[in-house]
Design a protein around this ligand. Structure first.
Ligand SMILES: *Cc1c(COP(=O)(O)O)cnc(C)c1O
Length: 431
């Protein structure tokens, strides 16, 4: 070897030891993929291109030669994904959830259109906001439109119920009726409870308004049958990340359940063009076999995995709240998903407390809670249990973990206890 890379390898090794064996990772958007998912990523596909769709028999759908093996993988991934989600259309080429959303925004929206989505403080993803891809459509000359300019997207926010953790279906329907938007987006990043997809989609259908369900966070829960089924409830598309609750490689997908040719032409063809040549060109081919592995893992173990995730999140919420570290949405059992929202305003706020936890090797992210005005001074923490559930943590482990979080929030040093708890959960389950 002529160049020295030992310093690079050393950093990677440090990361591996730290994040795989020492820290308790509670970042709700993260997961650790299985050994098999990791292993298949190091292949020749890493250096290849496969734009377009798989060739089929004599039918040429690719722009380059040399794709016969990725054609098979891509075909299998689409097919097995359709089975897993009981859907009719699948696009596995977006390289992330954001690229999937970008594909739709590029293809469906024009300058001056109206969109209704969750606001950031109500848990909406930043890509749904005024500075994100749904808020500022890119014009054909390539410049992005000025936020709030006359030709940019008119962004409106989904009305919430009084508890601020649920979308108010009736008020949403009234808003849709009044604004006639070009797109309604359900789903978010601080995502505790199902969205009223059936009610909203049924009304939108009467006005031919499409509904996008952004399942970035909850894709694995949906695959495991432990959350709502947005496509069956009437969403036009479902986008998702394949690496949050769905424990695969970092990629994105778009799914559809469109039955008639007119709907396909109107909603699926634009999505297809939005992915390529819209938001993706090469699609990181080496991670596609890894997605296929993860799809098979979820088909086999997804039900059990997702059910334990939800039980763990509820158990952690209950334990923390009972100890006296307030958890949001108590009256609804804290959560129906993989995450909880903890209010740490009285201990110097989310930014400070997240740092404090990291000093003890508990990794979380600070988060705005509904009603927070300043994104730089969020009052909450978002805590997700998908990864630790994979490493075998159960409800009793959650109550031990709650005590450690509770103490660390108040400035107590618990790093040794964190390491000792983590050391009991290092083998991966559900694989
Ligand atoms: C994480 C997230 C995304 C972005 O997904 P990436 O895979 O990180 O690109 C989009 N939408 C929502 C609601 C998210 O939480």
């Amino acid at each position: 070897m002529t160049i020295d890379i030992h310093d690079i390898e050393e950093i990677i090794q440090q990361q591996n030891v730290w994040r795989q064996t020492q820290t308790i990772n509670l970042i709700a958007s993260e997961n650790t993929p299985s050994e098999a998912v990791r292993r298949v990523q190091n292949s020749d596909f890493m250096g290849r291109y496969a734009e377009g769709h798989p060739n089929e028999g004599e039918q040429v759908n690719r722009y380059y030669q040399g794709t016969q093996y990725i054609d098979r993988i891509e075909h299998m991934a689409e097919h097995e994904l359709l089975e897993l989600f009981d859907a009719k259309q699948a696009d596995v080429r977006p390289i992330s959830g954001n690229a999937a959303n970008t594909a739709l925004a590029l293809s469906i929206l024009r300058g001056g259109d109206t969109v209704i989505a969750n606001s950031t403080d109500a848990g909406g993803h930043i890509s749904h906001g005024a500075v994100g891809v749904f808020g500022r459509r890119i014009q054909d000359r390539g410049q992005s439109l000025k936020v709030g300019g006359s030709n940019s997207i008119h962004l409106n926010y989904l009305p919430l119920t009084e508890d601020r953790y649920h979308v108010n279906a009736q008020k949403t329907i009234e808003l849709v009726d009044q604004l006639n938007p070009q797109l309604v987006i359900l789903g978010k990043s601080l995502f505790l409870f199902p969205e009223p997809v059936s009610e909203v989609a049924a009304f939108c259908q009467t006005k031919d308004i499409p509904v996008l369900y952004d399942a970035a966070h909850v894709l694995g829960l949906i695959a495991g049958g432990q959350f709502q089924s947005p496509l069956q409830e009437g969403a036009t598309w479902m986008t998702g990340s394949t690496h949050k609750t769905f424990p695969g490689p970092q990629r994105g997908i778009i799914l559809g359940n469109l039955g008639d040719p007119a709907a396909l032409k109107k909603y699926w063809q634009p999505a297809d063009r939005g992915v390529f040549p819209g938001s993706s060109s090469n699609h990181h081919l080496n991670t596609l076999p890894a997605l296929l592995v993860a799809i098979r893992e979820m088909k086999r173990y997804g039900q059990a995995y997702a059910a334990q995730i939800v039980r763990n999140a509820q158990a952690l919420g209950r334990s923390l709240d009972e100890l006296g570290t307030p958890v949001e949405a108590r009256e609804f059992g804290y959560t129906r998903s993989h995450m909880i929202a903890v209010n740490v305003a009285q201990w110097d706020g989310g930014v400070e407390v997240a740092k404090r936890l990291e000093e003890n090797d508990i990794i979380v992210n600070y988060n705005m809670l509904p009603g927070d005005a300043d994104p730089r001074n969020p009052s909450g923490l978002r805590i997700g249990v998908s990864e630790m559930t994979r490493f075998g943590m159960d409800e009793p482990a959650m109550s031990e973990l709650a005590q450690l979080i509770h103490d660390a929030v108040r400035g107590k040093k618990v790093k040794d206890a964190v390491h000792s708890l983590r050391s009991r959960y290092v083998d991966m389950n559900y694989v």
